[in-house]
Write a protein that binds this ligand. Structure first.
Ligand SMILES: CC(C)(COP(=O)(O)OP(=O)(O)OC[C@H]1O[C@@H](n2cnc3c(N)ncnc32)[C@H](O)[C@@H]1OP(=O)(O)O)[C@@H](O)C(=O)NCCC(=O)NCCS
Length: 178
């Protein structure tokens, strides 16, 4: 199924190969990658591989990060969505994790929060899960602010492939009573 969700200012849909220039613009930005491995993308080839991987996840898991499109300009400004993890991380397995990433020029406009609200509604209503998780670099203040606004609660800092990483969770009951 090709999911399409509309919010006040945004459209959320599956990522396509035609998004490659927008994703390259976003992922070649050093600030965007500061707290996510700090290794900005250098070629469009890397973006094409990433889109291929996401398309495989749509088929295998029914869901993955979604393109976030500005309704007014039709520009793909970034992505937001749930990734299904079937490997063990921080003693958890088979769970959905919220993630988001936007072009630097679109930070500070509330797009991460607006798109994530739609993603979480979809997760809790359509996927039937009790808890959605999130992880962030402890120094990623912007991301942690978004998570806190959404109702995520910090659980602990754990070792993720050698890096201290903050682990958050959001329970369906908390989401529904916000
Ligand atoms: C993490 C990231 C997505 C956060 O983006 P963001 O734009 O700061 O987050 P929001 O969408 O919640 O926008 C927040 C700001 O928009 C402002 N804003 C402006 N117009 C708004 C509106 N109409 N509605 C809501 N907020 C609005 C808010 O006041 C808020 O500012 P504040 O943080 O100073 O209070 C962004 O920094 C990013 O892409 N980082 C790189 C990738 C990354 O680190 N991803 C997370 C990995 S864990």
């Amino acid at each position: 199924m090709n999911i399409l969700i509309e919010t006040e200012r945004l459209i959320l849909r599956e990522l396509e190969y035609t998004d490659e220039n927008d994703l390259f613009e976003m992922d070649s930005g050093p600030e965007v990658h500061l707290f996510i491995e700090n290794n900005p993308v250098k070629s469009i080839d890397e973006i094409q591989k990433a889109i291929k991987m996401l398309k495989e996840q749509y088929v295998e898991n029914g869901i993955a990060r979604w393109a976030v499109v500005d309704k007014l300009s039709n520009e793909c400004i970034g992505w937001s969505g749930l990734k299904y993890f079937n490997e063990q991380i921080n003693n958890h397995k088979n769970f959905y994790e919220l993630g988001y990433r936007f072009k630097k020029k679109h930070w500070g406009k509330g797009f991460a929060t607006e798109s994530s609200i739609a993603v979480l509604n979809y997760g809790f209503k359509n996927l039937g899960v009790d808890t959605i998780f999130a992880i962030a670099d402890p120094n990623n203040v912007n991301s942690k602010k978004v998570l806190t606004k959404l109702g995520f609660q910090f659980q602990e800092t754990f070792d993720y492939e050698g890096d201290p990483t903050d682990w958050f969770e959001l329970k369906k009951t908390i989401w529904e009573n916000k």
